[in-house]
Design a protein around this ligand. Structure first.
Ligand code: BDR
Ligand code: CA
Length: 315
């Protein structure tokens, strides 16, 4: 079977880094057409450099990385150095990347790719604020029906929020962009905190990755050990939630996840609940179903997949 064509839109971030590694380690199933970068966890100069560092770590310096929006559509940028460190990729001492940043703007790359390939071929995997995707949809509304699916990490409902009591970080940073995406009519699969909080980097799981003994595995362990310290303290759990790789794992093994189709509407008006993903899980409104919202994951299955794929990266 031909591999599935994807564009990864991301703001790396240690967990974004793991998602990128998982995708690049899965060439039989996934054809990474490009990585488009957005400001989020840290400002754009860091996120675009981090994306290139990760491609080089994976031994895939030919991967195309495009820089996109350096701020949300309307609101000022909110970042998360308190979670990810000053660089966004604190932990291992990765070398400065030598592979080039592409000259084309990420939004133009998304639009051109969707227009040039047959309709329904390209899946967008979003791991950060939705600014690039919203800009592409606004600038080129004709691309919406051409997108096969958007699989995103974002939102939270039963778990509440992680940056405010009501909002998850990716949606909170650019709620207006999220609103554009959720109203776009593109088929959406959503990995909210309700799922990602089940995927914990426990000591045992991190040790299993470390036991691979490769340079990639060593860097991953350092990334995870830095990343989990914040959430371990916050939630009092063994390990931190590995949010973004859930998106890629879904493309590889969708049977690991369970959810349901429902309406999701983004709060853009209230100061108190700005960026909340209001999920009509119980179908109590007549609002149309616009997303498949995941709720459960086989966490051991997820880590088995991740560890097995990381083993194939020798970079
Ligand atoms: C999301 O926010 C970021 O900090 C992570 O990279 C992830 O995409 C989790 O709320
Ligand atoms: Ca992210």
């Amino acid at each position: 079977m031909a591999s599935r064509k994807i564009i990864i839109d991301t703001d790396p971030g240690q967990d974004d880094a793991l998602a990128i590694l998982l995708a690049l380690a899965s060439p039989e199933e996934l054809d990474v057409l490009g990585i488009t970068v957005v400001a989020g966890n840290v400002p754009l100069p860091w996120t675009q450099k981090n994306a290139r560092k990760i491609c080089e770590l994976a031994g895939k310096p030919g991967t195309r990385v495009f820089a996109g929006a350096d701020r949300p559509l309307i609101r000022p940028l909110v970042t998360a150095e308190h979670v990810h460190g000053r660089t966004g990729l604190d932990g291992p001492d990765l070398p400065e990347p030598t592979m080039p940043l592409q000259a084309q703007h990420a939004v133009d790359f998304i639009i051109d790719t969707l227009r040039s390939l047959p309709s329904g071929e390209v899946t967008l995997c979003t791991l950060g604020p939705l600014t690039n995707v919203a800009l592409a949809l606004q600038q080129a509304p004709d691309i919406a029906p051409r997108i096969r699916q958007i699989v995103m990490m974002g939102g939270g409902f039963f778990e509440g929020g992680n940056i405010t009591p009501a909002a998850e970080f990716n949606i909170y940073v650019d709620p207006h962009a999220a609103d554009v995406v959720f109203r776009s009519g593109v088929p959406l699969v959503v990995m909210p905190l309700d799922v990602t909080h089940q995927v914990l980097t426990t000591r045992k799981r991190v040790e299993a990755i470390g036991a691979l003994g490769t340079p990639v595995a060593r860097a991953v362990v350092e990334l995870l050990e830095f990343f989990e310290r914040f959430d371990e303290q916050k939630y009092g759990c063994d390990g931190g939630p590995l949010h973004d790789p859930c998106v890629i794992a879904y493309l590889l093994q969708p049977q690991l996840f369970q959810g349901r189709d429902c309406n999701v509407t983004i709060e853009t008006g209230s100061d108190l609940t700005l960026g909340m993903t209001v999920v009509d899980w119980w179908g109590v409104t007549s609002r149309p179903r616009n997303a498949t919202v995941m709720r459960y994951v086989d966490a051991d299955g997820f880590f088995n997949l991740l560890t097995a794929r990381l083993k194939t990266l020798c970079g």
